[in-house]
Design a binder for this molecule. Structure first.
Ligand SMILES: *[C@@H]1O[C@H](CO)[C@@H](O)[C@H](O)[C@H]1NC(C)=O
Ligand SMILES: *[C@@H]1O[C@H](CO)[C@@H](O)[C@H](O)[C@H]1NC(C)=O
Length: 349
């Protein structure tokens, strides 16, 4: 009886050890998996685990030696007030790129598309294949934006006052953007767009999709001091947040871009989500004070998440349909003209 008990206790002890070993192995396996996911995607799961930063050495100016630049891109103005660049990818070449090229982009002093290759693009589209060695992955967006900012300033031109970044599903009221930017000094660093706060509660970051403008001074600081530094400009899987953190390390913070009535100039969600006030609360930096038709005001600059036909519709209504209405309202004695010149909105500061 006694020896049986002894045996049993021994068995238990042994069993316990192997359970612990199994748990330990499971834990190690789990940890290694998390490590791999975090390393590869850059999603911060466990803060002290490393993230793949090889992009700093891999995705740099060396990639710019073998790029295609279209005739239209080469013939764009080399200096002026407003430089616009649009990040795109081959799947959007026949849809979004066409719509952007035929609506708001030509209203900038220079407009450029940055993409991976020239598939289905004519020489009449101003494109540069600066991402040709970069994979089309969400997790590589930071490297793309980082390269695009440097490229715009250092390789295309240092002689614009403002550099505006838009997406291929953004509509920009370029005339209003111009008027708005005129009140800032481009020799001081500015970073102007729609402020979000999630994971960056203190100063916030500008949403990438509704676009943001950087002054020449901000571009210079980025190119000279931030781009080369892993510490000042670290990777984050949210590329827009990463850019804000990068600029923030030199004290460049998003500007409060609401107008005097608290209305947003840049809209980051779908128009109807702003219309219905149906926005993801955890991202909201500035309290939502306006919804319904109030979101469509005379100072509105950009809309995001649009289909190509929606961009054409907006453009047609702004520059076609409304020109006659504006004339009627403002100068009732003048006979209506067939001119398609843009309505001059009143800018409320
Ligand atoms: C793109 O826009 C430019 C500038 O307005 C224009 O000259 C060109 O014809 C457009 N390209 C296409 C393919 O529509
Ligand atoms: C509208 O703006 C354009 C360009 O800024 C200017 O030339 C024109 O005189 C303005 N028209 C009116 C009615 O203010």
């Amino acid at each position: 009886m006694k020896s049986f008990l002894n045996d049993f206790c021994q068995f238990l002890r042994k069993y316990k050890t192997s359970m612990q070993t199994a748990l330990l192995l499971l834990f190690i396996f789990f940890f290694v998996t998390l490590y791999k996911i975090q390393y590869k995607t850059g999603i911060e799961i466990i803060p002290f685990l490393p993230i793949d930063v090889s992009g700093f050495d891999q995705y740099n100016e060396n990639l710019l030696v073998d790029i295609d630049i279209s005739e239209s891109a080469l013939s764009q103005q080399k200096k002026g007030f407003l430089f616009c660049w649009v990040m795109t990818a081959p799947i959007h070449h026949t849809s979004r790129v066409k719509a952007v090229n035929s609506t708001w982009l030509p209203k900038c002093d220079a407009g450029h598309f940055y993409t991976t290759n020239g598939h289905h693009l004519s020489q009449k589209i101003p494109f540069h294949t600066i991402f040709n060695a970069l994979p089309d992955s969400y997790f590589k967006l930071f490297w793309k934006t980082r390269l695009a900012l440097l490229y715009s300033y250092k390789h295309v031109s240092k002689e614009f006052d403002w550099y505006f970044k838009g997406d291929d599903d953004t509509y920009v009221v370029v005339d209003t953007l111009r008027e708005y930017l005129k009140q800032f000094d481009h020799n001081k660093p500015f970073y102007i767009g729609y402020r979000l706060k999630r994971r960056m509660p203190e100063h916030g970051y500008n949403a990438g999709g509704s676009g943001y403008a950087m002054s020449r001074a901000a571009m210079k600081i980025f190119a000279d001091e931030l781009y080369p530094s892993k510490d000042l400009c670290p990777y984050h899987e949210w590329e827009d947040l990463a850019i804000a953190r990068c600029l923030g390390s030199k004290g460049i913070r998003p500007t409060d871009t609401r107008d005097s009535k608290g209305r947003q100039r840049f809209l980051a969600w779908r128009p109807e989500e702003h219309f219905n006030g149906d926005l993801t609360r955890s991202f909201i930096y500035d309290k939502v004070e306006h919804k319904g038709f109030e979101i469509y005001h005379e100072n509105l600059i950009s809309l995001h998440h649009l289909q190509p036909d929606e961009m054409r519709l907006i453009h047609g209504i702004l520059y076609g349909v409304s020109s006659a209405i504006n004339k009627q309202v403002e100068t009732p004695s003048t006979p209506l003209e067939t001119s398609l010149s843009p309505p001059n909105g009143t800018i409320i500061q």
